[in-house]
Ligand binder design. Structure first.
Ligand code: NAP
Length: 299
């Protein structure tokens, strides 16, 4: 089976593909009827150039840029990599919570710029993490991993999603109530037509003064203009790993002390990325053998 990959994906599993071409080495400027499988990292599928495509293996759990309706119409199977990136992404969410809440990056800048006066007993006071309330929007695989981490920090945990679930990880709240009650809010819903702009200007205004918003899900879920306005005003703090038009970051954020910015690092550990490649390759191999893929997207 001829596989086309949008890049060389990390780890040894990639070398188990015996007939793979990497898009950075070849031009896709004319139809390739020989290609039956495509590996993407949540990138649009060039359907017209791949008329014999049978499977799209997505490197990542989020697949909002893959046109599933067209895949279904053309009988193309789509897979993703759920589960294997939960720890890495939950860790990054927590890193952003800690960094934004405890002013870690602000402090780093002060030290590097030589503005540290040498006194530890004044200035740069932050809000305590212990005793605070964390609101998780989307208590799924990654949101659940965040809730488990929160236990060790003595935080009260709330969650919001469409379906209430039986869990001792967190207490359910409707979204508006969660936003108004939490000191820290972390977003873990997928980007869908329903969640696009879910946290809009009205909902951002519900956040308490000094609250901290962390987004490691997708930029479009939080209305970016409204978020920028709240951050510029200094009313809230944020830790952002994702943006509406990556790699574009709103320039107003770059000089702000109350926001920590990372370049979509959620799953970016060596172990997780290599495991994601392993799952991508195993999905392709199962499909090639005529077996059901391990992690198909069924919508
Ligand atoms: P998941 O297990 O499917 O969990 C998604 C959660 O969102 C579920 O609790 C679901 O509950 C809730 N949800 C879905 N639609 C909703 C809606 N319209 N309103 C409210 N809640 C909704 O997904 P996951 O594996 O944790 O991944 C979550 C997302 O994280 C991915 O889709 C991806 O975009 C993002 N991600 C980012 C990175 C990164 O590098 N920054 C890495 C990995 C993943 P209900 O169905 O009951 O509503």
């Amino acid at each position: 089976m001829k596989v086309l990959a949008t890049r060389r994906y990390p780890g040894p599993a990639f070398d188990e593909l015996d007939d793979v071409e990497v898009l950075s080495d070849v031009d896709l400027d004319e139809p390739r009827p020989d290609v039956e499988a495509l590996i993407v990292a949540n990138e649009p599928v060039p359907f017209d150039l791949l008329p014999k495509l049978r499977i799209v293996a997505n490197f990542g759990v989020g697949y909002d840029r893959i046109d599933l309706a067209t895949c279904t119409e053309r009988g193309i199977v789509v897979t993703n990599t759920p589960g294997v990136l939960d720890s890495a992404t939950a860790d990054l969410a927590f890193a952003l919570v800690l960094a934004a809440r405890r002013r870690v990056v602000e402090g780093d800048r002060i030290v590097r710029s030589g503005r540290w006066s040498g006194s530890w007993s004044e200035g740069l006071l932050a809000e305590e993490l212990a005793g605070s309330t964390l609101g998780i929007v989307g208590l799924g695989r990654i949101g659940g991993a965040v809730a488990r981490r929160a236990r060790g920090f003595d935080i009260r945990v709330l969650y919001s999603q469409r379906r209430r679930r039986e869990t001792d990880l967190a207490e359910f709240r409707e979204l508006d109530a969660l936003l108004a009650e939490a000191d820290i809010v972390t977003i873990h819903v997928p980007l869908t037509p329903e969640t696009d702009g879910l946290v809009d200007a009205r909902r951002l205004a519900l956040l308490r003064d000094g609250a901290c918003l962390v987004n490691t899900a997708r930029g479009e879920i939080v209305e970016e203009r409204a978020l920028v306005a709240e951050l510029v005003s200094g009313r809230i703090r944020a830790g952002l790993d994702v943006f509406a038009h990556e790699p574009h970051v709103p320039p107003e954020l770059l000089g702000l002390p109350n926001v920590v910015l990372t370049p979509h690092l959620g799953s970016a550990t060596r172990q997780t990325r290599e495991t994601m490649t392993r799952l991508v390759v195993d999905n392709l191999k199962a499909f090639e053998r005529g077996e059901p893929p391990l992690t198909p997207i069924d919508e």
